[in-house]
Ligand binder design. Structure first.
Ligand code: VTB
Length: 333
């Protein structure tokens, strides 16, 4: 994929962040999600790709926009797979809590795992601990290996994990071992990325979260040189059948980086919605708004952080809820 596309993808996550950021703290996660989805969907129309959504808002009959199988982009080459989460952390925006992001990943066609909307068990680390983790090893083994790779004591290692009853065992183990633990209420894409961004102070992610979020995190970690391993966690027979129908012969397969994102060409973009560990949230002031985003390419490993000031008087569709005002004609390319 041409590197110029990277900037186009940031415009898409920016549009979603700008639309949903307005709804921070309103207690309405559905409205926040709708605003992000609508804005992202419209922004995609201006991007010169022939995209198919492989990770999106749900199946065709469940979601009006950005559903799995939907074509996005202007319809011109390159042929690509598109994974989106217009609002990763709906509760975070609804409550005004940190680390809500708008994210997307794009790779050549058939290179992104078509992960169904179910749970995935995950473990992730940044570049310095690549090769040291194993989803099938114990918490103790993983923490010790990561500590050694980072040249730290176990008690200096910071593990991040969703605060859920299903993780009680892992959290207890981490505490028993003396590691530092960061419990989060939502947003494990941001958490996985944090393991690969030095200044966050986060070293390793554990726990079960959404499978689509796992694939998006894999795209980001591929660009950042980190690692994630995952295993789908079907909750019933229907979900097991769903995994097999999407092409994984063994539903229990350990999914490595190469299974989550095939090949070496993926672009990942994210914009902060609320302030977070590595991105600032959207700020509005009169007729201006600022966004903070990151875009990365696996081909070169370049991480580009982009602060943008948007003129809402010139682009009024950013002021309205979502993009319901329609795209500014100047934006149509
Ligand atoms: C995670 C997290 C999401 O769901 O995937 C989590 O990244 C897992 O699901 O932000 P449960 O809430 O069912 O535990 C979110 O928190 C919300 O989609």
């Amino acid at each position: 994929m041409e590197r110029e596309l990277a900037l186009e993808f940031v415009r898409v996550t920016e549009a979603a962040a700008l639309a949903t950021g307005r709804l921070m703290g309103r207690g309405d996660k559905i409205a926040a999600d709708n605003a992000a989805v609508e804005a992202m969907r419209m922004a995609f129309d201006t991007v010169y790709i022939d995209g198919v959504v492989v990770i999106g808002e749900g199946e065709m009959d469940e979601a009006p926009m950005l559903y799995i199988g939907e074509k996005v982009g202007a319809g011109t080459p390159p042929l690509v797979d598109v994974a989106v989460d217009p609002l990763e952390g709906t509760n975070l925006v609804a409550k005004g809590l940190p680390n809500a992001l708008s994210v997307l990943a794009v790779a050549p066609r058939n290179c992104i795992l078509h992960a169904p909307d179910m749970y995935m068990d995950k473990i992730a680390v940044g570049p310095r601990a690549v090769g040291c983790i194993n989803l099938d090893a114990t918490v103790e083994e993983n923490i010790k290996r990561v500590a050694a790779a980072l040249k730290k004591k176990v008690e200096d290692v910071v593990a991040i994990i969703l605060d859920r009853p299903r993780h009680e065992y892992i959290i207890n183990e981490l505490r028993r071992l003396g590691a530092r633990v960061k419990l989060i209420s939502d947003g494990d894409v941001s958490a996985a990325i944090a393991t690969a961004v030095d200044w966050t102070g986060v070293d390793i992610l554990f726990g079960i979260g959404g499978a689509p979020e796992g694939v998006l995190a894999a795209a980001a970690l591929k660009c950042l040189g980190g690692e994630i391993q995952g295993r789908l966690v079907p909750e019933d027979e229907r979900e097991r059948t769903r995994i097999i129908s999407m092409g994984l012969e063994n539903p229990e397969q350990l999914l490595l980086m190469k299974d989550l994102i095939k090949g070496d060409d993926v672009i990942f973009a994210a914009s902060g919605i609320t302030d977070g560990d590595f991105l600032q949230g959207v700020r509005y002031a009169g007729d201006r708004a600022t966004t903070h985003s990151v875009v990365m390419r696996s081909m070169t490993g370049t991480e580009r952080f982009i602060k943008a000031t948007h003129r809402l008087d010139i682009k009024p569709h950013y002021v309205a809820r979502g993009c319901s005002g329609g795209l500014n004609p100047r934006d149509r390319g």
